[in-house]
Design a protein around this ligand. Structure first.
Ligand SMILES: [Zn+2]
Length: 253
């Protein structure tokens, strides 16, 4: 595989990660932080799987935010083959869930956002975008459940999903898909990346006041505050040591 665009940390996650040790986050912000973190970790796990198991010459574009017909839509991962494009939405759900097509619930009965609706919306918008470019690639949209601790009761045979115990077979079927990439696919990939929106309209910045934030240097590993000793910053929680100028520049950044 050839990666055309790397995955970046969602800016909302960056905000919350940096603010968390320095201020009191609301319960909702904390929930949002853990959800974003979990989602991002799932995506990185998916990226590792591709790196390790995808030997095909296909083009991989990660984390695309596109706009077409006044609709903004996000694609976790796009795999461009010779004659087909896979549109992947990575889910890091953990635990037992059940579905009756329309609704998705945890086994405790709590309804969650139906991930299939989101996938279908992205798929439809992406198809329209291809049509506007006069391209007629078939699009195969899939939910990829990356967490081995996930189970979905009552899943339909027709659900476009790859479950944890099917991941390796999914990689194998991708490796068996023709991927003689030519200028046509390369051009499409470059075009899509050029249309990537760097600022998401969905990003919510938590309400904070710079002057009320707790000052100091935070450990990059465990987020505890570091103390300074002999030109080094030391973490008393995890033992991490960092050179003074490195820690200062990292924090300024
Ligand atoms: Zn630490």
């Amino acid at each position: 595989m050839r990666q055309i665009k790397e995955r970046e940390e969602p800016s909302e996650l960056t905000y919350l990660r940096l603010l968390k040790p320095r201020m009191h986050l609301t319960a909702e912000d904390k929930r949002r932080y853990w959800n974003l973190l979990k989602g991002f970790e799932g995506e990185k796990q998916y990226d590792r799987l591709l790196r390790d198991k995808l030997s095909s010459d296909c083009l991989v574009i990660n984390d695309l935010l596109l706009e077409h017909n006044q609709t903004v839509f996000q694609i976790d991962s796009l795999l461009i083959f010779q004659k087909i494009i896979y549109l992947v939405d990575v889910k890091n759900f953990e635990g037992d869930f059940y579905t009756n097509e329309q609704r998705w619930n945890t086994v405790n009965g709590k309804e969650i956002k139906n991930p299939l609706l989101q996938l279908q919306r992205s798929e439809s918008s992406f198809r329209q975008l291809l049509q506007s470019l006069k391209l007629d690639y078939p699009v195969n949209a899939q939910l990829v459940f990356i967490n081995p601790e996930f189970y979905l009761y009552n899943a339909s045979f027709h659900l476009p999903a790859v479950f944890p115990n099917q991941l390796y077979r999914f990689m194998k079927s991708l490796n068996d898909t023709p991927a003689n990439i030519s200028e046509k696919q390369e051009h499409l990939a470059r075009h899509l990346v050029s249309r990537h929106l760097t600022k998401s309209p969905f990003t919510r910045v938590p309400d904070y006041d710079y002057h009320q934030l707790k000052r100091g240097i935070v450990c990059p590993v465990c987020f505890a505050f570091l103390s300074n000793r002999q030109n080094k910053w030391i973490c008393h929680e995890c033992g991490m040591k960092e050179k003074s100028e490195v820690a200062v520049l990292r924090t300024v950044n």
